[in-house]
Write a protein that binds this ligand. Sequence first.
Ligand SMILES: Cc1cc2nc3c(=O)[nH]c(=O)nc-3n(C[C@H](O)[C@H](O)[C@H](O)COP(=O)(O)O)c2cc1C
Length: 207
Amino acid sequence: MKTMRKKQFRFASFLLAFVLAFALANTGEIAAEAKTTEKTVILYFSATGTTKKTAARIKKSTKGQLIEIKAADPYTDADLDWTDDDSRVTKEHESASSPAKSKVRPKIRNLSAIKKAVKKADIVYIGYPIWWGQAPHILYSLVEKVSLKGKTVIPFCTSMSSGIGSSAKNLKKKAVISSKTKWLKGRNFFDVPSQKTINKWVKSLEL
Ligand SMILES: Cc1cc2nc3c(=O)[nH]c(=O)nc-3n(C[C@H](O)[C@H](O)[C@H](O)COP(=O)(O)O)c2cc1C
């Protein structure tokens, strides 16, 4: 009788160990899945808030990490006055035939934090406002300094009436990338898109 009980006990212990091992393996899987969503970083530069709001919606949709590209010398309203021949943006614009060819590279205050986050990420959204049909010069400061090797890059921009045009392609030309970088076409939004529009777009990327 005693041997019978011993056997039953051994069998029960074995069963318990098996169930525990199975449960732990599944917990591991869930943890790995949660980590994957953290592999998305949304970088954005925004002077008047439109791209910022758009980026926040992308964050909501992707559950990625949202990081503002902060100019070391922030743009004031006067700096942004494109109707003024002497304003900062006009001077940047007139420094070369395109931002890609310009030597103007405004400093990014939080560059090391951006580098750290991007290093850990697989998917990097890069957002900016359209300035004279192109990405602002500070975006070049970003792509020339932050390695996007092996990453999936999704440019997005906001504007009043222009499309994405050659802005993202020009950024790609100057970016630190590798043959494993997947640089997607990207998309422009007029004003702040709805959360529904963003969700639909993010889903269509199939990342
Ligand atoms: C210097 C400057 C140049 C601009 N050039 C264009 C342009 O070429 N085409 C356009 O549709 N909008 C242009 N805009 C408008 C911005 O692209 C638009 O308002 C954008 O959504 C602003 O984004 P933000 O609020 O994130 O800075 C320009 C704005 C500024 C300040």
